[in-house]
Design a binder for this molecule. Structure first.
Ligand SMILES: [Zn+2]
Length: 291
């Protein structure tokens, strides 16, 4: 499943291909993805010029000249493929190309320069929506999202405020999109290990004054691990064959994720990475250096 760094990689790759272009044709191959397409979806997109390509959490946000915003969520297996004069490109290609089958091309958009943008999604957990002019914040998908982890309002103080008094495990609280939006399982495991914090301790414990230093470190490591992953083009998971050098490579730098039984890489730790299950998700961690 693409997490924030992967979606940001897609955003950066998509932007130069669509910015300033007008949508001249759109074909919907079905009535729905995970959810039904919004009312008059194709008609509302037709003739619009794409003015900005942004991101909020794991949502791609394309603002249109008429004032509406196209919201795209890639779900588990959503892919955006660009066919233009340069050939076929897939920004942030996390999947083996052999998995792309035209039967799963669900949305085809033609732009004014002749380029085609194809939305392909094998499992159809992705979706698209349109938010009215000035109504993005009120959109059902946006309204409950927590702070953006790479935004200016995310820091140690924000962590203290959101977790104060909470008895939920720190790992679960960090994954709760109502607190921090866009942070997923891989990067939470990595950030907790880098910060030397146990995924099992209560979220509220890091709000305590005596843990101000740890809290500062966690906020910094969350930001750092996301930024490093974006620079590496995201992570390509081992389920998917790597076919070329354009794919994300951050998985080569995982210190705990998917490393059960491997030695801990922290200096002079000597521990072994363990896997436990929390809220139905695998947590990879080192019980020796994460307290
Ligand atoms: Zn360790």
């Amino acid at each position: 499943m693409p997490e924030l760094p992967e979606v940001e990689t897609v955003r950066r790759g998509l932007e130069p291909a669509v910015l300033g272009r007008q949508i001249v044709d759109i074909t919907l191959k079905r009535k729905d993805l995970r959810f039904a397409f919004p009312q008059r979806f194709a008609a509302r997109l037709l003739g619009q010029t794409i003015e900005t390509v942004g991101r909020r959490a794991k949502y791609l946000l394309l603002t249109l000249s008429g004032g509406e915003t196209l919201i795209v969520h890639l779900g588990m297996t959503g892919r955006l493929i660009v066919e233009d004069s340069r050939g076929t490109l897939e920004p942030g290609a996390f999947y083996d190309d052999s998995l792309r089958h035209a039967a799963h091309d669900h949305v085809l958009i033609t732009l004014s320069d002749g380029a085609r943008i194809i939305y392909n999604d094998v499992r159809r957990f992705g979706f698209m929506d349109l938010a009215g002019a000035g109504a993005l914040e009120q959109n059902a998908h946006m309204a409950s999202l927590g702070v953006e982890p790479l935004g200016n309002s995310f820091n140690a103080d924000a962590l203290a405020k959101m977790f104060e008094g909470r008895i939920a495990p720190l790992k679960a609280a960090l994954l709760d999109q109502r607190h921090i939006a866009g942070l997923g399982n891989i990067y939470v495991c990595e950030a907790l290990h880098r910060a030397g914090l146990s995924p099992k301790r209560s979220a509220g414990s890091i709000a305590m004054p005596r843990l101000a230093g740890k809290r500062e470190r966690l906020a910094g490591e969350i930001r750092a691990v996301l930024e490093e992953a974006i620079l590496a083009g995201g992570s390509t998971l081992r389920d998917y064959v790597q076919a070329d050098g354009t794919r994300g490579s951050f998985q080569q730098r995982f210190r705990v994720y998917d490393r059960e039984g491997a030695p801990c890489q922290s200096d002079a730790c000597g521990g072994t990475i363990k896997r436990i299950v929390q809220s139905g998700r695998s947590t990879f961690w080192c019980s020796r250096c994460q307290r």
